[in-house]
Design a protein around this ligand. Structure first.
Ligand code: RTP
Ligand code: MG
Length: 135
């Protein structure tokens, strides 16, 4: 089934010059870019995006990280795009993520892990409306 999913190429990836590498993996897989914009977000946008995590112990440093510099927000479309993107991203902790995934190849951090991908159709709908309300 064709799906859309919200992806963030996080500030560590932008700082490290990895936007092309990360985006290229999604494009090479066959996913279509429906929207794409570089943005510098404030803490309130971070809180809205990570609403499910705002009470967690790890949230304050996560909030500082995602607001620490520009990120690239995009919407990707394709067959089973939500699960396909999560598989390409790899496990949350870059030290444990499988080689061949973005995190497994390029991150050794549990926080600075380069990418976000929506985790369900409900999350994708909510996040796409939050980041790209005109879509
Ligand atoms: P994402 O939402 O960014 O796609 O990542 P995910 O589903 O793999 O991981 P999630 O559990 O939703 O966590 C969101 C982001 O919070 C940071 N994090 N830090 N224990 C920690 O210090 C910790 N755990 C998670 C990561 O940046 C993670 O991607
Ligand atoms: Mg998540």
């Amino acid at each position: 089934m064709t799906q859309r999913t919200l992806v963030l190429i996080k500030p560590d990836a932008v700082r490290r010059g990895l936007v092309g590498n990360v985006l290229g993996r999604f494009e090479s897989k066959g996913l279509t870019v429906v929207a794409l914009e570089q943005r510098l977000i404030d803490g309130e946008q971070a809180d809205r995006h990570y609403a499910e995590h705002v009470e967690r112990d790890f949230y304050p440093p996560l909030r500082a990280f995602v607001t620490s510099g520009p990120l690239v927000a995009l919407v990707l479309e394709g067959d089973e795009a939500i699960e396909v993107v999560r598989a390409i991203n790899g496990a949350t902790d870059g030290r444990k993520a499988a080689p061949g995934t973005i995190r497994g190849d390029l991150s050794v951090s549990n926080r600075e892990n380069l990418v976000h991908g929506s985790d369900s159709p409900e999350s994708a709908a909510r996040e796409i409306a939050l980041w790209f309300p005109d879509l």
